[in-house]
Design a protein. Structure first.
Length: 132
């Protein structure tokens, strides 16, 4: 699927992660968008990037939003991850639980999490480029 009008699955995951992060940039500071929704999109982007790495390494992965579970699977398959992944796994609750609650106490810093997520994006893109 690498040539022609179709993108490889890993490229689709990376593209969709970029779109999640772009959306957060667009709405950051907008008080009409709940912080947990922005954190949800950061979590989704991180999840897609991990799944892109699975595609590159031909590793089957479960249908889950649990970043800890996905990181554990990556480590089991010796897939390299950046040292700050532990911080990003803190986003897992935003995938489901917090997205449907009105919780504004103890939310993660959106800008800081987005910065870490974008560093992970750079990490994945560098890895993809080294595989070409």
């Amino acid at each position: 699927m690498g040539n022609g009008p179709f993108l490889d699955q890993q490229a689709i995951f990376v593209l969709k992660a970029r779109q999640d992060f772009s959306l957060v940039h667009e709405v950051m500071g907008n008080n009409k968008v709940a912080p947990e929704i922005m954190l949800f999109h950061i979590q989704q982007g991180v999840e897609k990037l991990i799944k892109a790495l699975f595609c590159i390494h031909a590793v089957r992965f479960p249908k889950t939003h649990d970043l800890d579970e996905l990181v554990e699977l990556a480590l089991e398959h010796n897939i390299p991850l950046p040292p700050f992944m532990e911080t990003l796994t803190e986003l897992s609750p935003y995938a489901v639980e917090w997205r449907y609650a009105i919780l504004h106490d103890d939310l993660h810093d959106i800008a800081a999490m987005l910065e870490q997520a974008e560093k992970f994006l750079q990490f994945v893109e560098s890895f993809l480029n080294s595989q070409k």
